[in-house]
Structures are given as structure tokens and as C-alpha cells.
Design a binder for this molecule. Sequence first.
Ligand code: G6P
Length: 606
Amino acid sequence: MCGIVAYVGPRDAAPILLEGMQRLEYRGYDSAGVVVSNRGLKIRKVKGRVADLAKVVPARFKGTVGLGHTRWATHGVPSDVNAHPHLSADERIAVVHNGIIENAGELRAKLEADGVEFASETDTEVLAHLIAKAADENDTLEEAVRKTLKSVVGTYGIAVIDAERPGEVVVARNGSPIVLGIGEKEMFAASDVAAMVRYTRQVVHLEDGELAVLKADGFHTFASDARETAKEPLTVDWDAGHYDTGGYEHYLLKEISEQPETITRTMSGRLDERFHVAHLGGLNMDARETRSFRRVKIIGCGSAYYSGQIGAQLIEELARIPSDAEPASEFRYRNPVVDPDTLYVAISQSGETYDTLAAVQELKRKGGRVIGIVNAVGSAIAREVDGGIYLHAGPEVSVASTKAFTSTSLAFALLALHLGRVRDLSPADGRRIVEGLRRLPGQIEEILAQGDKIAELAQKYAKHPSMMFVGRVRGYPVAREGAQKLKEISYVHAEAYPASELKHGPLALIGPDMPTVAIVPDDELLDKNLTTLGEIRARGGQVLMVGHREPGAKLADDVIVVPKNEIELDPILLTIPLQLLAYYAAVALGRDVDKPRNLAKSVTVE
Ligand code: G6P
């Protein structure tokens, strides 16, 4: 987490940095700081948002090289002092950092023994002091940074400036992203292209272990052994407009509303009407290899994991390959048995969730075959996997995932079709799924058109302190994602259970204070689900049913009817009313919808 931005060029750095930091706030937003170099370093930092920082940056905060940082606290509480940038004691070196320095305690003790006084509780401050020491002993800042990093254990994306060497920025990456932006006689660096896309779309991604020196007239990159590395700039697809709210009140509502287009983009060019198959060239697998897997194991975190559960069911149903999903964070710590006949699928919107990345690295180290389902092109996970499916959903800015969730679920439908059609899925069933996929965007429009009704229901249900979400089989991951959305952004406590498990414990919670959102698709489990609704109502619990038909006032207090697709694809549609329900509940409760408390979008720490 944490967002970093750096600038060097002919212009005033501060406004460019502040604007870039605002675009990176999804990475963390508990404190923010900025430094510019102009005959000495000028620094301002505050606990709070980038907007709070902007208020305390004076008009005469001039300097054409500088760094900015927006923080998600790991070491030390959010405070003005713990906010980045961090300075060396002589105020010569300034550092911003994303990641965790694992041996910070040890390094700090050594520095303190040498008489260095620390200003903050952060792990990052050791870097400022160590680089300052090395800067005295080395000819260039890059050498000072490179040598310092040799003693550092942990993850970092860092950017460094030196008051005595104005006109340059040194950046380094190990586990946390750093992207360079190449402008006209100016250079940028940031955790994400979002921070600089207004100025340039020519970018270079640093690899782990790489460093770069940026000057107004260009850059060079090198490895930790000082050898120069060769980099090819890429042109990014997105422009500044993709990062705006586009007239919506919140990014979240914009991203929910974009789903007819984002779903269309995810399937665009990938459906084949002739053979009723999906073309997924990015998997880098021929038909023989595609046939060879006996299991599929899906890993991801948060909403990505829940979409993996939808994916596992799709693959089992359409390709009849045993499949399951597991949180990547659990998987990586339990010394998993890596099986050569298993296809591993890592899911990540950002492509940089550390637990997912570490799980992929562990799998690869053990010889596992890993593909990725990733939104961020060129991200760490995308580069680490053997092949994959890009979502092409466009930048997702709001912390809670919506369009990436549905696009991931759709990508699984494509993967399941692909795996199924080289096995036993009949052409007729292939056609049924292809046609179903084509219907999805229009059906999503129909659900979005019910926004006002869902907003009213959200007002009614958000009054309760707690909500239960239930679903059976295909409906269960939908229920989990619905509960996740609600708790993330509205802070209403929500639990998700398989409807069948309700009677084994959680039914004790049901009563007038605990309404239930029940996912009830029109599938072979409909009758069982309706029985569950009866059991809830009999115990005085209110029911908001999300499904394909009105079950009658006896079974549900309220119903959101969604259009019916093929049963395997219904979970994608059933998710959308729950996104709207969470959104409108958060609005009704006056929450900070796009930046919920304590969270960040890219969790790049363990
Ligand atoms: C964070 C976000 C979640 C997200 C998860 C995985 O916890 O708050 O919304 O689902 O990370 O993110 P990824 O980028 O890997 O999909």
C-alpha cells in the first residue's frame, strides 16, 4: 500500500505531485506528505488526506524536483511525524517508501548506537539516515542508494532526492511497484501510471531489484550489481479521463454502472460462434496441454477469492474438472502440495496483492503451472505468471471491487468454456453458454435501471446493525461477496452462510434485528431455498430476496428480481443488486464510499 510520486523537470513539482498523489489515494489515505528541492529541502506533511495536505502547502513552495507520498500505516500510527517523506538528520536526503523494511529494528538500533536521533516510529526513516551516510562516502546518489539497499531486507518501492544533487531522483523497486513516466524534458515515477497519465503515456516498469536515475532529459536503469539494464517503453491505454468520476457522485457508482461495457470488453474478441468456444491466446497453451489438467486450484484475496469460488463452480460444471478456490494468503503459508497435473489460477485486479504474488512465486518455485486473471496490464502478478487472461475492465479506483469482480467471474466463464470444449462440453452446451454470455450486458442494464428501488431498500435495511446473507451452491459466493461489499463500505456487520448451514448454528441470530438477504436463483435448488426463507420468516426475520421470481409475501418482505440467464452464469447477474445495495446503504449512512476506513485497494504488505 502507500502511493509514491516523483517528478523532475522544468515545472513546479508540487502541483504535479499533489495531483498525482490524489490519484494514488486508493493505495492508502491516512496521511500525506510532499518535499521539493530548491536550495535545501522544503517539506510539508499531515495526518489526513491529500486535500488536507494541499491546504498547508504554501503558494511559494517552489522547486522543480520533488517527491510525494500518501500513506497506509504499517509501522507507527498515522500522524504528521510518521507521514512520509522522511529526512536524514542533516535534512539532506528525503525518502518516500511503499512496502516494509523487515530488518528496520536492527538497522535502527545500529544507527541509534552511532548517535543518530530518529524523528518517527517508521521503518522507512532508517533508509533516509543510511542513504545520507552512504551519500557522503560515494560519488553519486545512485551508488549511495544501491549500496544502502544491500543491507536492507524487505519490500520496497522508494524514491530518493538529495539536496546536494538537485535535478535528479533515484528510485528502486523490490516487491512494490515503480513505474517511470517519460515526458518532454521531464520525468516522472510513481506506484501506478494513474499518477502521471495526464502528462505522459510512455512508461517503463521497473523489475524487482532494479534501480533508476531520473533527470529532466532522461533516465537510466541498472541492476543491484550496478550493471545497466535495457528497457523498452510501453504506451499505456488509459488517459486521464479514465480516472475521473465521469459525472457520478462516487467512483463506486461509476464503476458499478460501467459493467455492461466492462463485461463486453472482457469477452470482446474471445467468443467463437462457429465452434462455440472461447479463444484465450494469452494462456499460451495448446489443446493437448489444455486437456492435461486433472484439477484446478484458484487463489486470490478478498473479493478476488470470492470470484474464484464462482470460477471453481463454473469450471466444475462446464469442464467437469475438480476445482476449488482458497485465499492466497492461507495457501502460501501452509506449505501446499504442488501438483504437476493441476492448473493454478491466480486472480488479482491490481496484480500486486502481496499475498497473491507470494503464492504465485511459491508455486513457480515448486514447478506449478500458474495462469493469472488480472486487470492491471504489466503488473507484478501478470509478469510472474506463465500466461493468463487480462480483464480489460479499465482502472478500478474505488477501494471496493465491483467491475473487476464481475469481469473476473466472466473470465472464469470463458476459461471454463475453453477447458470444457476441449473435453466433454457438447457444442450445444457451448452454444448455450456463448449465447448466454452475449445476453449479459443488456441484462446488467436492466438491473442498473432498478437503482432507485434498490436505494429505497438500502435505506430500509441499513437501519439494522447486522445482516445475514445466504445462498446455496451457485448463490453462496454471491452471498459472500454481497456481505463483503456491505461491511467494507457501510460498516454494517454482515455474515454470509450457505443457506443449508443456517440451521446448524446461525439461525440462533435470526430475529427482528437481523434481516437476511437471500440469493435465490431459479435453479434446481429453488424449493430448498424457499424452505429456508420460510424458516427465517417463522423466526421473525425479515427477508430481502434477490432472485428470478416473486415468491409471495409469505416468504419474503422484499424482492429484487433480476433477469434470468443460463444457470451457470446467473451468479454474475445476482451480484449486481448486492453492489447497489451496499453502495446505497453506505450513502444512506454517510460513509466515505470510495475510501472506507482502515482499508486500501492494493494490499502490498503481508
Ligand atoms: C484489498 C481490497 C479488496 C480486494 C483485495 C484483492 O483487500 O480492499 O477489495 O478484493 O485487496 O485485491 P486484488 O487487487 O488482488 O484483486
